[in-house]
Design a protein around this ligand. Structure first.
Ligand SMILES: NC(=[NH2+])NCCC[C@H](N)C(=O)O
Length: 343
């Protein structure tokens, strides 16, 4: 079967909210799923022509936090949340839907990728982020798990971890060879070594400046999957955007992607027809003022819509468009007719 006929964008989407913030220290990132829904998430996605959108609700996490793990804050909670999330993600994918997960902090990437991998073992992962999130509890300065999800997921780093109580459900099987990064500009020392050692295709901001966003994402897709045949998971941290574009986030770094670049990259991935999962994480509506909050949520909505085909499909038709009827003498120059009407 030819590549072009095998893959086409799915027209069904499943939304999962994850109001979880224990992977980092600031209050507010757990409010994002509710804030996104209030801002019209479901309605705006439903408006995309031909898209069937189903809301699978929120993941609620309760667990007792007796167990402490060195330099890994709230691991039992992170684990409990991700365990449930992983199952929900698999369920949505098995329902034939693109799964859109709204975080929450980036520690929830453990559950989304784990759940995706269970359904599509050949998946590739594009981590769009200012940070590499590939620390272990031995290398992290913060002890926050949102800086560690990639290291928890990849099998090549499993020996760098001590035994992690409560995490037995998650066996790292995903290979670092199927990972690519975009948007990096705050990478810790060990993270840099890991990226270099495993030759992870990583387009930091300076590379994107040099090559442009289109070449950067196309190169990553080509390196990870030369036959263009694998399902794609995009884990999109809103802090990949410049903090002027998306100020309401916990670990902002200046000098990031413009919103237009982010939209462009999501459009390119959508057009492959192979996008099966999007995570949108680290929107923190409690940070900044009302305008910051609105800007950040709007940016998140634009990213999702681009990934789900808005630019190509537009909105669903609502009936006859209310345009003036042209007569034969003005059809070659509508501007003249407008001037005539206004004089
Ligand atoms: N997803 C994020 N915002 N991650 C920020 C991580 C920051 C830092 N590298 C850490 O490990 O703590």
């Amino acid at each position: 079967m030819s590549k072009a006929t095998k893959w086409k964008p799915l027209n069904k989407v499943g939304i999962i909210g994850v109001p979880f913030e224990k992977g980092q220290k600031k209050y507010g990132v757990s409010v994002a799923p509710a804030a996104m829904r209030t801002a019209g998430l479901i309605e705006q996605l439903t408006e995309i022509d031909g898209l069937d959108v189903k809301d699978f609700g929120d993941i609620e996490t309760v667990c007792d936090e007796n167990i402490k793990v060195d330099n890994m804050a709230h691991l039992p909670l992170v684990s409990a949340c991700n365990r449930q999330l992983s199952n929900r993600v698999s369920q949505v994918l098995r329902d034939g839907r693109v799964v859109v997960t709204i975080g929450g902090d980036h520690s929830i990437g453990v559950g989304t990728v784990d759940g995706h991998y269970k359904v599509n073992e050949d998946m590739i992962l594009i981590w769009v982020d200012a940070h590499a999130d590939i620390n272990t509890n031995k290398t992290s300065d913060s002890g926050s798990v949102h800086g560690m999800p990639v290291a928890l997921l990849v099998k090549e780093l499993s020996d760098y971890w001590p035994y992690l109580p409560t995490m037995d459900w998650q066996v790292p099987k995903f290979s670092i060879k199927n990972l690519g990064y975009l948007g990096l500009r705050s990478v810790d020392q060990f993270e840099r070594l890991a990226i270099e050692k495993y030759e992870v295709p990583a387009f930091a901001m300076e590379d994107i400046s040099e090559h442009g966003i289109q070449n950067s994402i196309n190169h990553i897709l080509q390196v990870l999957d030369p036959c263009m045949n694998k399902p794609i998971h995009v884990s999109f941290d809103i802090d990949s955007l410049d903090s002027l574009e998306a100020p309401s986030t916990g670990t902002p770094v200046r000098g990031g992607l413009t919103l237009r670049e982010a939209i462009c990259l999501m459009e390119i991935i959508h057009n492959t027809g192979r996008l099966r999962a999007i995570d949108l994480v680290e929107i923190n509506p409690a940070l900044g003022n009302e305008s910051d909050r609105r800007k950040t949520i709007e940016a998140g909505l634009c990213v999702l819509k681009a990934g789900l085909g808005f630019s190509r499909r537009g909105t669903a038709p609502r009936g006859v468009l209310d345009l003036p009827v042209q007569t034969h003498h003005d059809h070659d120059c509508p501007a003249k007719e407008l001037l005539r009407q206004n004089k």
